[in-house]
Structure formats: structure tokens, C-alpha cells
Design a protein around this ligand. Structure first.
Ligand code: SF4
Length: 85
């Protein structure tokens, strides 16, 4: 899997745009921030500091739309380890 999505969760402002445009991959958490569905979470001091998920090539466009809809640019997409967004 060449693409990976990443969420800089601490800086998410919980606007809901990602979950609205790509609900297959993004959902809102009761704490007000979004989560990557099924994403691997990295925690530090009890706080989720990063979420990541490998995605298929065909799921790139949907997540690109989510990343572009994020007003604070906390959704990133990497291809082969290189940051595209
Ligand atoms: S679009 Fe960005 S700020 Fe809005 S909920 Fe999603 S990750 Fe958070």
C-alpha cells in the first residue's frame, strides 16, 4: 500500500468537514475531534497525538478531498513516505 493518511489530532478543531466528505474514513469523536476509522493511534500522556492508516490507491482521491477541506491542514497524505499534502 503506497499511500498513508495521517491526522495531527491535537490541532484538529473539530469542524466535521473530513467526516462529511469522506465518511468511509473519517468520523467525529464525542470529544469533539475527528478520528481516522480503524487508524493506528499514537498516544502520549493520555492524549492521542497522531493517527495513521495505510490506504489503497483508489482511496487517495477521497482522502485528498478530506485533506483539502480541512481548514487547519491537519490531514496529511504520504506516498512512499513522502508527504504529498
Ligand atoms: S476537517 Fe480538519 S479540523 Fe475539521 S474535523 Fe476534520 S481533521 Fe478536524
Amino acid at each position: 500500500m503506497a499511500y498513508k493518511i495521517e491526522h495531527d489530532r491535537p490541532n484538529c478543531i473539530g469542524c466535521g468537514a473530513c467526516a462529511a466528505v469522506a465518511p468511509e474514513f473519517w468520523e467525529m469523536d464525542p470529544d469533539g475531534k475527528s478520528d481516522i476509522k480503524g487508524g493506528k493511534r499514537t498516544e502520549e500522556g493520555g492524549e492521542i497525538i497522531k493517527e495513521e492508516l495505510d490506504i489503497k490507491d483508489e482511496d487517495y482521491e477521497k482522502n485528498k478531498t478530506a485533506a483539502e477541506s480541512c481548514p487547519v491542514n491537519v490531514i496529511h497524505i504520504l506516498k512512499d513516505g513522502q508527504k504529498l499534502i
